[in-house]
Design a protein around this ligand. Structure first.
Ligand SMILES: O=C(O)CCC(=O)C(=O)O
Ligand SMILES: [Fe+2]
Length: 342
């Protein structure tokens, strides 16, 4: 990993994904030889032996299990979460419909250099020398403008699905945050800051990882932590997500039918005074299947401040505007959390 500032090097190359349709062979630009060592490490472990708990939200001890999982791993899976199965399937099929468009069509809604939404390469691309085997589509609120460009007459189905899914995610985030934060005994004001409200930030990220001729040299999404409070990820039935566990290396998070992966982001790490780790994770690709994943990121209002909860006597992080933390992340990436430690 290099440590230059993102803005120094943001070029078109970091936004426009490779043309997966016409690619012939495996380009050097996407070959990550430095990953060999960690890949070998994965093979020495039994990938089926998943450490990450799958928690039934309807079970009476769900809150305790979630609290333990947040404290130990910063990640867990949930089933019985109340999000309709048909809607989850529709999001997946609408995402596939989008990524099945030609590169030329998708590039009509290419993310702009300063923009946050639309089609493009991962936003973390400028921090890595090699390119990722990935294309994405980012939605914040309504996606109608982009959808109309992609499908002038058939955009409604896509928009309705994404809107309904975002509403369901909001509800689930609300329920999860109540369970996660209650044991920390945070104040009502702090709880209101964290849970979804009209001014919270939310991002729906559709990820596409086309099947890859050389998966052992490729990376779908490079190692990172999510920046906001909490992320809900749907692996859509195909494994690929891996988390980094100190002392064990990279571990696969097995895709469980109907389950969502929930993970702690940087802002929750700060707010919990490092009680909850912001889990380092990445996505790998495979040779036989085109993998899709859908991530929903939730954060507090951009204009608010983030700090460890007032319940902690010795805050390990300084208080700063959420916006400022996010710009530190976009400049310094992996170093951002250590820059705000006290
Ligand atoms: O595709 C995955 O499994 C991971 C996606 C992810 O980490 C992200 O979108 O931030
Ligand atoms: Fe992520």
């Amino acid at each position: 990993m290099t440590t230059f500032s993102k803005n120094d090097l943001l070029t078109d190359d970091h936004i426009t994904p490779i043309d997966f349709e016409s690619i012939d062979g495996f380009p050097e630009s996407h070959s990550w030889p430095q990953f060999d060592e960690s890949l070998n490490k994965i093979q020495t472990h039994d990938l089926k032996d998943s450490l990450i708990p799958v928690i039934d939200l309807a079970s009476p001890n769900a809150k305790t299990l979630i609290s333990q999982a947040c404290g130990t791993w910063g990640v867990f899976q949930v089933v019985n979460h109340g999000v309709p199965f048909e809607l989850v399937k529709k999001v997946e099929s609408e995402s596939r419909r989008l990524f099945a468009l030609t590169t030329q069509e998708k590039c009509k809604v290419l993310r702009s250099v300063d923009g946050a939404t639309g089609y493009g390469s991962p936003k973390l691309s400028p921090f890595f020398d090699k390119r990722m085997w990935h294309e994405g589509f980012t939605i914040m609120g309504s996606c109608v403008d982009d959808a109309k460009v992609l499908w002038p007459h058939e955009y409604q189905r896509f928009c309705d699905t994404m809107d309904a899914y975002q509403n369901q995610m909001k509800q689930l985030i609300h329920n999860l945050l109540l369970m996660i934060l209650e044991p920390l005994d945070v104040t009502q004001e702090e709880m209101n800051w964290a849970i979804p409200a009209h001014d919270s930030q939310s991002v729906l990220q559709l990820n596409s990882y086309p099947s890859c001729p050389n998966p052992s040299q490729a990376v779908g999404l490079a190692s990172h932590t999510d920046s906001l409070l909490l992320t809900i990820l749907n692996q859509c039935g195909i494994d690929g997500l891996e988390i980094f566990v100190e002392g064990l290396g990279w571990r696969r998070v097995q895709s469980v039918e109907g389950a969502f992966v929930v993970n702690v982001g940087d802002l929750l790490h700060i707010f919990s005074n490092a009680r909850f780790p912001a889990v380092t994770h990445r996505a790998m690709v495979n040779q036989s299947e085109h993998r899709i994943s859908v991530a929903y990121f939730h954060g507090p209002p951009a204009e608010s401040r983030v700090a460890p909860s007032s319940k902690f006597q010795k805050p390990g992080f300084k208080s700063l505007p959420v916006k400022e933390y996010l710009s530190l992340k976009y400049k310094h990436f992996f170093e951002a959390l250590s820059l705000v430690r006290t």
